[in-house]
Design a protein. Sequence first.
Length: 421
Amino acid sequence: MGSFFKKDILVFWRDRKEILMSLLLPIVIIFILNLAFSGIFDDDGEPVKIDIAIVQEDDPSAGMEQFENTVGQTDRPPAEQAVILEEAESLAPVSMIQNLFNAPDVKEWITTQELSEKEAKEKVKNGEIDSYVKIPKGFTYDVLSRVMLGTETEKTITIQAEEHSREVGALQDIVHNFIQSLNMQFALSGNTGQGSGVTEPKWPQGGREVVEGVETYTISQYFTIAISTLFALFISQTVAIKTATEKRERVFNRIILTGSRPMDYLMGKTLATFCLTWSQMMITFTFIQLALDVFPDRSLEFWIGLIIIISAFALTVSGLGALFTSISLSIQDTNAASGVLTMIIMLLGALGGNFFPMEGLPVFMQRIGEWTPNGLTQTALIEWIQFSSFRDLIEPLMLMLLFFIICLVIGISSFPRRGRI
């Protein structure tokens, strides 16, 4: 078996194109993907900065006076009218809008200035501000009438911009969520002028909750794991296709004539696949870590666990190599054999999350993908990155060992015997 192993390593080493494809290409692709998606999913990217103008066309005093006249013309008892007016005084719709943009948390990334509509339009057109928020005339009266008297209104806050942008979209979300929050609070309080009282609105609270002892799984780590495992699968195909070449050139027949056991030939292929896969992944992970630091501030224990997972995955790929070798020897047409093996690997890549995260697949396909060798490896690595618990590795490592045994047994049982090649 040792001589066959040495032969396969030397055959692979002499194919410089294959070496570049296996070692250099995954590193280049990981670099490109990280550059293309850098900052999109990072929490520490540049915050959104929005410059807006407030166009105040409403007169709150006149709106309040008009509302008092309207309440006085209703047939409600004087005591109830007094309560409604008292509550309306505390509501102050325009002040609520101004307080929203003057809140300390909002002022950190939204800059406001009060302008006329003509000035605001000119500044938006010149690109000096992103947009302006217009509070229309009669806004105070309409809001008070709707909230306190249940009257349908048509006055709404509008956002004007030259074109849609990320900043404008963020502003629209803020205003929309604010209005929705107010409407919900008023609806829940049942505030229709029956003296239920107007309370200070509760502003939406945001933030991030961090679970102690759990590390984040970044997009750079996903690219590194997904691309390296995908190209590792292709190594099993490469070694198997070399078998088809050896069969065509009758190298395999000459090996049989020497009296060597066919199983030694197959086990040599399996061992060579393991070593090539392990080396390819270790080189890729090492180079990417040194260049991009995708696993920052990790302990020696983490790297030991990572090497264990890579070794287990390399073992499953070697099992695939044994199976693919038997398939290559059984199919007469080399191109057909290469096509079959490519389809199998592409299917494993799609189900195992190498082209996109498995969460984007239907649930039943996710369940299937979790049983593929690359899917098992990604699941194990994600859990190891987040929790670094050896106990969590036992199940995926055992499943990968089981996958290797199954592929090896099928490969041995389907391997052509003497005189059948």
